[in-house]
Ligand binder design. Structure first.
Ligand code: XIL
Length: 374
């Protein structure tokens, strides 16, 4: 959004907030009492996304929280605490960051500094914390990736890792992504997975559950939100885990999507429902919507993006099984996608690079306000 567009949208927001009180929208159209209430909730400057989320009991999470702006940019923390009900660290709990050494065989091998700082901040801001992630094929320390461990040793390494972290944050992290992207890995190249074999999944869940019996344990996967071969495999795997008596509480749908490949809403809803029928929860764990995948004006891209954010919010609100939506980042300024897609123009989140609320922010609010008033 350029400055002119921003001014126009700010004026629009202000005008609609004011005129909502008079029962007219900014075009002068008469609003019903319910529409007036919704308009006030969406545009009212004192009504935050967080306060609306609390009203309907849904968790709206700030995920992918990055240590660099977390320490350096006070506005970053301000917006997280003001607008979101939970926080997911982006990297601070990943194996390579939190467990960088293997010299001592005890807590001295760990670096809890960043995870602790984020937890303390979240607690001071009365936010919940999602833990991300215990076992993944990426961002592992060199000692693990290049170590010569046999199967028994690898199970021991994974057990120590999970028990140490989950028990440290017992009763403070409400949900853990126990395994991340288990169907996305090339098992051949990753010792922890190749060495242990598929049993690493039930074992990881068991160690996590024993360390904190009250934490919700998730199987988190990417590109498995629509109904397709991959989500069918997720479904099958979680069915098997449940059959084996493994304690698993939910499936995370990362939801990294784009204007070019938007989610199929009917399929997402059906996918959520079939998981719900197994007694599981669904969290949307890492939502972002890449804008620079189609050719159009910025204004059009942001409107299309808002529609996707609003639609997914509505699906989540309508499907009882879905209890949380987290975006992966809060402001376009620090989105991981700028680096990942090598496109500095990416604008995937709810707030722009200068922390101004985007149409996507209002779209999420609107769906929550509509569900609250209906
Ligand atoms: C990303 C982080 O946000 C980046 O800072 C890091 O450089 C790479 O990883 N799926 C996941 C997340 O499960 O852990 C990834 O996070 C994004 C894709």
């Amino acid at each position: 959004m350029d400055r002119r567009q921003f001014l126009l949208s700010s004026v629009g927001a202000l005008v609609s907030a004011v005129t909502a009180k008079t029962g007219l929208d900014w075009r002068g159209k008469r609003l019903s009492a319910q529409e007036t209430r919704i308009e006030e909730m969406v545009r009212g400057p004192s009504i935050t996304l967080r306060s609306l989320a609390d009203k309907v009991g849904i968790d709206i999470g700030a995920g992918g929280i990055n240590t660099v702006p977390f320490y350096k940019d006070p506005d970053y923390k301000k917006i997280i605490a003001r607008e979101f009900t939970s926080l997911t660290p982006g990297n601070a709990m990943k194996f390579g960051v939190i467990h960088p050494r293997n010299n001592y065989g005890d807590e001295r091998d760990y670096n809890f500094e960043h995870a602790d700082a984020m937890l303390e901040f979240a607690e001071a801001s009365k936010m919940k914390v999602r833990g991300h992630t215990l076992v993944w094929h990426m961002q592992n320390p060199r000692w693990l990736d290049q170590g010569n461990f046999d199967r028994r040793e690898l199970i021991q390494v994974m057990e120590d890792h999970i028990r140490t972290i989950v028990s440290r944050y017992k009763d403070r992290v409400f949900a853990w992504d126990v395994v991340n992207e288990p169907l996305t890995i090339n098992h051949e190249s990753i010792p922890i997975f190749q060495g242990i074999g598929p049993e690493y999944i039930p074992l990881a869940f068991r160690f996590a559950h024993e360390a904190d019996p009250s934490a919700l344990l998730f199987y988190n996967e990417t590109q498995a939100h629509n109904l397709d071969e991959k989500s069918n495999m997720v479904y099958e795997q979680v069915c098997n885990l449940l059959d084996e008596g493994v304690t698993i509480h939910g499936v995370g749908m990362q939801m990294h999507v784009s204007l070019r490949y938007p989610p199929n809403l009917v399929q997402v809803a059906k996918n959520m429902r079939r998981l719900g029928n197994l007694g599981l929860k669904v969290h949307v764990t890492e939502m972002d919507v890449k804008t620079e995948t189609i050719d159009s004006s910025t204004e059009d891209k942001l409107e299309k993006q808002a529609k996707i954010y609003g639609d997914i919010t509505k699906v989540c609100l309508d499907e009882e099984v879905c209890t949380s939506i987290a975006t992966w980042g809060v402001t376009d300024r620090y989105s991981w996608l700028k680096e990942f897609t090598k496109n500095p123009e990416e604008k995937p989140l709810l707030f722009d690079a200068d922390y101004r609320a985007k149409p996507s922010y209002y779209a999420v609010k609107r769906k929550i306000a509509e569900s609250y008033t209906s």
